[in-house]
Structure formats: C-alpha cells, structure tokens
Design a binder for this molecule. Structure first.
Ligand code: GAP
Length: 492
C-alpha cells in the first residue's frame, strides 16, 4: 500500500484533500492522471451498463433531496454505525471493528486484551495475551484467544477492555448509535425545519424518480435505472487510503422486475455481470471472490445480498454489493409520499409494485483495486522498472508519442502531426525530453499501454515503432493501424 500511495502522489493520481492546510481525514483529490483514470472507469461502466443495453435508463438526481426521502428510506433512524469513545484519548472507534478477548490461563481469566480489526486481529490478540501472562508472571497453560467485537461486550467486560489508544482499561464507553449522514441546512434559516442531508447513497434518487422515468420513457419491466454520483458518509474510521472515505462516488443500478419473476435468476445474472465487468477492465479473476451475507444478518425485507470481494493488500474486502431488496423501497416511498408506485404490466394484465435487484459499487474502491493489481516492480537489463499494467480501456494515457531526436525538424514535425491526429480521439502524451528508454520508463510508471517513436525510418516509409508496455516488444505500424489499435483496445 505504501508504494501505491507514494506512486499516486508522485505521479499525480491522488492527493490528500486540502493538503496545504494539513489535509482533512477521509477526503481525497484526484490529480491529472487520477481524474482521467476515474473518468475512464466511470465511462466504461456507463457505456456497458446504459448505452450498450436496451433495458437500462440513465438518471442524474440531486445530492440534496427532501429530507422525507431519508425518513421513508429508514436512513434517518437506522443509517448508523456503533461508536465507542475513549474518554482519555478522545479517540473514537467503531465497536464492530474493535475486538477483545479474555486472557484465560488454566481456566482462570487474568485480564482482557483488545485490537482493532486487521488481517491479523486474532494473532495480535494472542500475542498480547502472551505478553500479559508474562507481565503478570502467571504460570500455567494459556488458552487460545476467542475474539469477539465490542458490540457483543457486556457492561462488565467493557470496563475491562483496554482502549486501543492508551492500552489501559476503563476509558471506553458503551457503544452508541452514530448516524453517518452529513447534515446541513437549506435556505437562510438554521433551525430544525431547514435540516437536509448529503445523500449517503445514490439509490434513493432512482426510487423516488421511478414513476417519472417509467411514465416519460414508456419502459417495460424488467428494466433498470442507473446513476453515477457522489455519496457522503461521516465514517467514524475512514481508512486504507481511498477504500473507506467520507466523500466517494457510487455507480448504482436499480433493476426492477415483476413480483412473479424469478428473482434468484436476476440476482445471479447481476452478480455475474458485475464480476465479468470487473474482469473486462483488467482486474484479475483470481483476486475476486464472492461473499454471501448470512440469512440471519440480512435486513427483514432483503432476500439476499452477495458481495464481490477483492484481495487488497490490507485483506479481502467488499468491492461491489449486489442486493435483492424485494419491493421494500418503492413500497416505503408509496406509503410515505402517498404517490402510487404501481406499475401496470400489460402482458400479465395486472398492477404491482416492482421488486428490485441492486448492484452497487464505489468508483474509488474499483480505482484502488485497479492500482493495487496493476502495480509491478520488475528488473529489466539489470535496472528496476516500475510499471502499472493497466487495461488499455481505462489507462489514463493511451500512448506516448516520441520524436527520436529533437534536432531534426522534419522528424519532429512528423511526430507532432501524428500526435495531433491521435489526440483528436484519444488521450496521448507528447514527450521529447531525455533518452528514449527513459521516456518509455516514465510512461510505464503511469500505465501507458504503448510508446510510439517517430524515427529516421518513419521519414522513409511512413511507419512508426510501437512498443508494447507489458512485453516491451516493438513492431512497426502505419498511422491507420495505430488508430485502429487505439479505437479497438483503448476505448471505454
Ligand atoms: N445503495 C446500497 C449501498 O449504498 P453499500 O454497501 O452501503 O450499499 C455500496 O455501498 C458500495 O459503495 C460498496 O460496495 C462500496 O464499493 C462503496 N462504498 C460504501 N461506503 C464507502 C466508503 N465509505 N468509501 C468508499 N466507498 C464506499
């Protein structure tokens, strides 16, 4: 992760937000290359999800909506994380990410150890248990730790759990619910009546516009509404770089199906679609897995939720959630707004509130997965090369254009003509400085799939040297062939 964070900063992918003022926890800015990479991810999803399909309509709803939307959806009362305060250090932790275990020697509890959730929470707790046993000079057989998280702790146990901030027990509060929505005010009055929220998901925009979309577009179920947009959550512990931040971007689809349709078929369809789409932008299938939420942990209305997980350097974590939400959302809005959400199914000759399958993913999480899986350090001819093996579809720069030498005007002019032509259709980069090998290396580091050199042979036969980033092999191509290559492989 350190290398990826360093490369992101050094090459202009991602910067901490408002860095010159010391930054702000949980917020990030995307630099020139990051903004391009993110846009390519968004555009690829948009094209595949909306433009290349007949059954998905586009939507761009507002970030701030009538607060009754969030009351009806359950976010005002229930969009909470369990929060624990350390009274001494004033730090805050998510109770479900703070693990503890009694330290038991020969059947007798000699204390409690704690650790924050990580890839090695259990090992860390075991090590701390061994340290405590040594420190207290207790003889006997130390039992393996049995970690639980703080949402399961009794008040007596809470008083014994050491704070992760100070290492001492007695300063942690009982978990309390903390609403993650950012609150602000609309209009000049700053009182209870003007409270509004920054949306914590884009999904509600699709539900509250369901009627308008269906009435104006004459769509037939099954069909979906898709949206890309910012979402905001006041996360207690933003962490792992852009993985969990307070401002992020979602790409969501609400796919409406008949109440009589086989929801499991559509659920599986969208899990597979999401998986295949991730592979199509270059994520290796072997780093992806599926996690089915246990039935007993699902919300009462939910028929099933499966997460597509990605193996990040900090552990296997949720990348994309696919949820079968029944008719809960539309029914809630129908009840609270008084506006009918009934759909008339001409084929079945009946009216019903449609059911929903929702694939929902964070753009920032995809971008991080892409950077993590593409990053390589290799040795080439005794030299280290850092390379981002980005799929050409999403690579921020598609090709570097290099005149071999700077002091031959015909050659530079020819290169510039090629550059200008390619730039009409693709994001290509002009570079004349340094030896050609160094120019290739600079492009490798930012994931540019091809380096195109205009050399003396180009003046003779109108062909150019095209070097492949991954194989480093070089072939000669004409301008038309280069354009065809970029059109075919580097289009979102
Ligand atoms: N409408 C359903 C919904 O919002 P979610 O599981 O809370 O479901 C969906 O979020 C996706 O949004 C997640 O799978 C993840 O990719 C992304 N996401 C959620 N919280 C995030 C955060 N704090 N930072 C970055 N991405 C986040």
């Amino acid at each position: 992760m350190e290398q990826i964070v360093a490369l992101s900063k050094r090459r202009g992918f991602i910067f901490p937000s408002s860095e010159i003022y010391g930054g702000i926890n949980g917020f990030f800015d995307y630099g020139p290359l990051g903004a391009e990479l993110k846009k390519n991810i968004r555009d690829s999803w948009w094209n595949d999800m909306v433009r290349r399909r007949d059954d998905v309509a586009a939507l761009e709803s507002s970030i701030i909506m009538n607060r009754r939307v969030w009351e009806a959806s359950g976010h005002v009362s229930g969009f909470t994380d369990p929060l624990v305060d350390c009274k001494e250090s004033k730090q805050r932790f998510r109770a479900d990410q703070l693990f503890f275990a009694p330290v038991v020697v020969d059947g007798k509890t000699i204390g409690v150890v704690s650790a924050l959730e990580s890839e090695r929470t259990e090992e860390e707790l075991q090590e701390k248990a061994e340290q405590l046993k040594r420190k207290n000079a207790v003889q006997g057989n130390l039992e393996p730790v049995e970690p639980r998280d703080m949402t399961e702790a009794t008040p007596e146990e809470i008083s014994q759990i050491p704070s992760p901030a100070t290492g001492k027990p007695g300063s942690l509060t009982e978990p309390r619910n903390f609403n993650m929505m950012f609150e602000t005010h609309a209009g000049a009055l700053r009182d209870e009546s003007s409270v509004v929220y920054l949306r914590p998901e884009t999904a509600q925009g699709m539900f509250v516009n369901f009627k308008s979309v269906i009435d104006t577009g004459r769509y037939k179920i099954p069909f979906g509404i898709a949206q890309i947009g910012k979402a905001f959550r006041n996360e207690i512990t933003p962490r792992n770089f852009i993985f969990r931040s307070r401002e992020f971007e979602q790409m969501e689809l609400q796919y409406f199906i008949s109440e009589d349709d086989d929801w499991e078929k559509w659920f599986r369809y969208w899990i597979d679609w999401s998986h295949d789409w991730l592979v199509s932008i270059g994520l290796p299938a072997e780093l992806l897995s599926e996690y089915d939420h246990p039935k007993e942990k699902l919300a009462f209305y939910s028929k099933g939720t499966t997460d597509i997980m990605f193996k990040y350097p900090f552990g296997v974590q949720e990348l994309w959630g696919i949820a079968a939400r029944g008719d809960y959302d539309l029914t809630q809005h129908q009840k609270e707004s008084g506006v009918s959400m009934l759909y008339f199914d001409e084929a079945a000759k009946k009216r019903y509130v449609p059911h929903v399958i929702e694939p929902s993913v964070g753009v920032d999480r995809i971008l991080l997965a892409v950077l993590c899986s593409a990053y390589r350090e290799e040795e080439v001819d005794g030299e280290k090369r850092t390379v981002l093996k980005l799929h050409p579809r999403i690579a921020p720069v598609k090709a570097g254009i290099f005149p071999l030498v700077k002091n031959k005007p015909e050659l530079v002019e020819m290169a510039e003509n090629l550059y200008r032509k390619l730039k009409q259709r693709h994001n290509v980069f002009w570079d004349t400085s340094g030896a050609i090998g160094r120019r290739y290396r600079r492009m490798d580091e930012i994931g540019t799939p091809w380096g195109i050199t205009v050399d003396f042979d180009s003046l003779e036969n109108n062909t150019f040297t095209v070097r492949d980033r991954d194989t480093m092999e070089q072939v000669r191509m004409t301008e038309d062939e280069i354009l065809a290559l970029l059109d075919e492989q580097a289009t979102c």
